[in-house]
Design a binder for this molecule. Structure first.
Ligand SMILES: [Zn+2]
Length: 129
């Protein structure tokens, strides 16, 4: 089996899972990869090879928000987000608020952003001071 990279979100160890999981109001069968630490999970794929490829690819960038809460970031933190509308390339920084489980423009602003489809952690600070 192909090697699994560590979690893009928390650096935790990843494992594979085949079987059935609840998604919304119905159950789906398939293959997925999940993080044993923060529970971040891929979509369900027909083959495990696809699931592993998806997991290893997103280590390099965006995490897609699917139906499962496991693909949402930890709350009360800033993230880079991509959302629908305002052009295909709309990307910006947003705060993910615990109370509302929504992205907003800042920790004190209640103006919520709809249609956020992807997120990724902020990059490390520059190390040139
Ligand atoms: Zn994780």
């Amino acid at each position: 089996m192909k090697e699994l990279k560590r979690c893009a979100h928390c650096g935790g160890e990843a494992k594979t899972n085949s079987g059935v999981r609840r998604q919304g109001n119905f159950c789906m069968a398939g293959n997925e990869v999940f993080c044993t630490k923060c529970n971040l999970t891929t979509d369900l794929y027909t083959t495990m090879k696809e699931a592993i490829a998806a997991w290893n690819t997103r280590l390099d960038g965006w995490i897609k928000i699917t139906n499962g809460p496991a693909t949402l970031p930890k709350c009360n933190n800033y993230y880079i987000v991509k959302r629908n509308g305002g052009g295909d390339k709309w990307v910006g920084e947003a705060f993910y608020r615990c109370e509302t489980k929504k992205f907003t423009t800042s920790s004190t602003d209640s103006d919520e952003w709809g249609g956020v489809t992807h997120w990724q952690p902020l990059p490390e600070l520059p190390n040139d001071q």
